[in-house]
Structures are given as structure tokens and as C-alpha cells.
Design a protein around this ligand. Sequence first.
Ligand code: C5P
Length: 310
Amino acid sequence: MSIAPQSTAVHVRAPGKVNVYLGVGGSHDDGYHALATVFQAVSLYEDVYAELSDEFSVTVVGEGSDAVPHDDRNLAVRAAKLLAGAADYRGGVHLEIHKSVPVAGGMGGGSADAAAALVACDALWETGFTTAQLHELAARLGADVPFALHGGTAVGTGRGDRLNPALAKGRFEWVLVFDDEGLSTPLIYQRLDEYRAEHGALADDPPLSLDVPMGVLHALRSGEPGDLAATIHNDLQVAALRERPSLEQTLTLGVQAGALRGLVSGSGPTVAFLCSTPESAEQVRAELAASGVSAVHVHGPVPGARVVPG
Ligand code: C5P
């Protein structure tokens, strides 16, 4: 069933993200690691259409949709059910997800779907939840879901779900390179723990509370891509490169093509290249394409999950 063209459906658009900075500390009792991260929402979107129904169901179309569960395990369906429970809503919803953000790509695609489903069902069922209430439900669905609601540029601490807006001047140009096969987020965290155990890093006293370095925040505020490029960092990158060594070559190719710097986004395998200008980003994208690496040019920050009027 395709519901996208019908006017009774609520359409919500939610962005994917890159982690401009990602510091990982020790793990808590629940298995989650302490994080200090800076998210930036970028102009690569998931579109979710929601229509009234007696049941809960989902169809998924677009890039990699076969790899996404089409039943109650789907994070968007779980989000809808969580909201229905919290609002004491007795009906259901049919969701149609149009994917553009790569599945298991380190860009928070599933989290964007969940955030979009919360916003769409809130509008469709007229539950009237506040942003704070939606945020609280989002945090229960996954560490990245609150940010997909929030959008923009934000510092995430705790599990990554405790958000504070970060001031970012202007817009930053990114070129994204996707990989054919995704990477499992829990596996990459596990690989990082193994790597650190082997190298004695953080072995004695892994911090359970971390901060984002001031240099990253200053660079965002300056709006200077060169300043930001000098500070971008991802603790998970070493683990993603171990699991997918070919990403090293991708990182080199992007810089050779003219990017200021590249980094693995989140748990990977997407690689994000920061570029100095829109023209430079376009050139990096074209050069990568000429060497057989397909890439997309996006920008950030962009807003979080929002109803698309009409
Ligand atoms: O919350 P989310 O479902 O996105 O997290 C996926 C997995 O990533 C978790 O089950 C956990 O293994 C790992 N993770 C972590 N520490 C975090 C966030 C995620 O270990 N702060």
C-alpha cells in the first residue's frame, strides 16, 4: 500500500547526522558507554508518512529498505506504540518510510525514522505532547533519537541523549561516502573496548563522564571550516577501521580530492568529508565519482524532525 500521495497522511521529514566529535568513555552497568559528542544534522533526509489505521503497520521503500525490519521490531513502529501507550491512544497507524539515510551507516537513519514517527503520530492523533515529553520518549528508543528530534548542532552527553544546543555559525559543507554493507553499532563499541584493552588505553579508570573539547565548540562558533577540520575526531574510528580496513583508503581518497579532512561518522561505515566551500565540496564529490566512489554533497546544520506542510 502506498500512502504518500494521499492528503490525509501526515508527512514528516527527519535528518541524518554526522558526529563532528565523538569521545567514548567507560561503559555503565546497562552496557552503554559514556559519550561526549557533537552532532550535526545534515541535509540527507528520511521521509515518513503516517495514516490513521486500526493496527500498527509499516512499509519501507528506498535505499537498503530490505535490511530494515517490516514488523514490530521496526524502530518507527516501536516509537508509534510507545507514544500510543503514553497518550492512552487506542487506535493505530500505518507508516510508510522513504529511506535516503544509509541503513546501519553511522548516520542515525533508524533514529531519524523513530523521531519522525513520534512527530507524525503526535500530529495525526492530536496527542499534543510537548517537546520535552517527546524528547523523554525518544531517549527510551535509542541514544541518538533525541537528537533526530532536536536537529541543528548539539552537544550530547550521558549516552549521547542528554542534549544541549551548540552555537554554529553559517553552514558547513560535507561530502558523504557510503559503504555497500553496514556496520553493527554494538559490534563497533565492543571492538573499541577490545582495542583499548589490548593497548592499555583507559584500562584502569575509564571516565564515566566526558566533555567535548572547547576547541571544537570554538571552531563551530567561528564558522570557519578550516578551524573545525582541525578539531574533528571520532574515538570509534579506530574500531570501524579495524572492522572495515577499506575505509582507510576512502579517507585518503577524499583528502586527495581536496577535502579539508574526513572522519568516520558515528560507528561507520559512512565517511564524512568536511570541505571549505560548496564549490570545493562539489569538486570533491565529482573527483570521487570519477575514481569510482559514489558520494553525495550535503550541508549542515538543518532542523530536526518536522511536519512538512501540505
Ligand atoms: O541506543 P542505540 O540503540 O542507538 O545504541 C545501539 C548500541 O550501541 C547499544 O546497544 C550499545 O551497544 C551501543 N552504544 C553504547 N553506548 C552509547 C550508545 C550506544 O555502547 N552511548
